[in-house]
Design a protein around this ligand. Structure first.
Ligand code: PEP
Ligand code: MG
Length: 325
């Protein structure tokens, strides 16, 4: 199997009916970048910056942050890298940062909420990123955004940092794109506004499913109570893809779901054309893409979603489709 997947490395990721599906990597440490070459991935769709903070014994300095980002950009070469700002809190605890006592950490003070309430940390990270990018393009996205206003405020902080660097005669990124993780369900009801405000969107299916179904992503007792291929979940993913496309805003899926071939097939059927996943998933997902007809799976999925009467999982139907095609 591994050998077979390796043989696919240099083949373009295109469906049988000629639809390009960009397959990108999820990464968090510098060593993960070595998988770019190994897998033939088209860049890093999600770089989780909190990893550097989680493995450190103390808060990484501005210089340490900048040097990691420089090394990541150097390792990626001309391939794009989407950097996510610190996603701490919830299940991601920094041993050296005093944690709040919270009844519900998953719903608590975390990610962009910390960034906006204590902008010092976010500002330091953004400055490190802008400096590391130098004159090359830069893509930054913000985690756990629940309202359009939070994104607008985060964007203002980026603008301030850019102005600061410009005043000091430092080069700015040739192209600086700011995106939003779609992982809090409130964004489903602000899709047009967030798609208009952001340069790109990336669906964090791990958290989106957790919050949509009120099912703790780490709790095995409840994890199997719903299927991400049930009608409700597929409609949520479909709505995001459709509204993003209507606005002309690029959209990716970077949660674990994009790395499973059957789920990835469904996402392509819903209109997604870019998926970011762990390195081991690239081969199996690419093999699926090469054997898929994107228009046909789209029509099949629309039919199945229209005729379901109980909202049950479409997994059996999708598995049968995959088997037959
Ligand atoms: C997600 O929530 O789907 C995601 C990609 O982010 P993380 O798993 O880091 O929360
Ligand atoms: Mg998340």
């Amino acid at each position: 199997r591994q050998e077979q997947y390796r043989a696919l490395r240099d083949l373009p990721s295109v469906t049988r009916d000629g639809v390009g599906i960009a397959l990108q990597l999820n990464a968090g440490l510098l060593v993960d970048l070595s998988h770019l070459n190994e897998t033939g991935a088209e860049g890093v769709g999600l770089f989780r910056t909190e990893l550097q903070f989680m493995v450190a014994e103390r808060m990484p300095s501005a210089a340490e942050q900048q040097s990691l980002y420089e090394a990541v950009f150097a390792a990626a070469g001309d391939l794009p890298v989407t950097i996510r700002t610190l996603d701490i809190g919830g299940d991601k605890i920094l041993p050296y940062m005093k944690a709040l006592e919270e009844e519900n950490p998953a719903l608590g003070w975390r990610a962009i909420r910390i960034g906006l309430d204590r902008p010092g940390l976010l500002r330091m990270q953004l400055r490190a990123l802008l400096k590391a990018a130098g004159g090359r393009p830069l893509k930054i996205m913000f985690p756990m955004v629940a309202t359009v206003d939070e994104f607008i405020r985060a964007k203002a902080i980026v603008d301030r940092e850019k102005a600061h660097l410009a005043r000091h005669g430092r080069p700015l990124p040739s192209d600086c794109r700011l995106g939003v993780m779609v992982e809090v369900p409130s964004l489903l009801f602000q899709m047009d506004e967030i798609a208009a405000a952001a340069d790109f969107l990336s669906v964090g299916s791990n958290d989106l499913m957790q919050f949509l179904f009120a099912v703790d992503r780490e709790n095995r007792q409840v994890a199997n109570r719903f299927d991400p291929l049930c009608a409700a979940a597929l409609r949520a993913f479909g709505l995001i893809a459709e509204r993003a496309q209507a606005a002309g805003t690029p959209v990716t899926v970077c949660g674990e779901i994009g790395g499973r071939p059957l789920e990835a097939m469904a996402l392509i059927g819903l209109g997604y054309r870019a998926l970011s996943m762990s390195p081991a998933s690239i081969g199996p997902v690419k093999a699926m893409v090469l054997s898929l007809d994107a228009a046909k799976i789209g029509a099949f999925l629309r039919d199945e979603l229209a005729k379901t009467s109980d909202g049950a999982s479409l997994r059996p139907a999708l598995a049968a489709y995959a088997e037959a095609h």
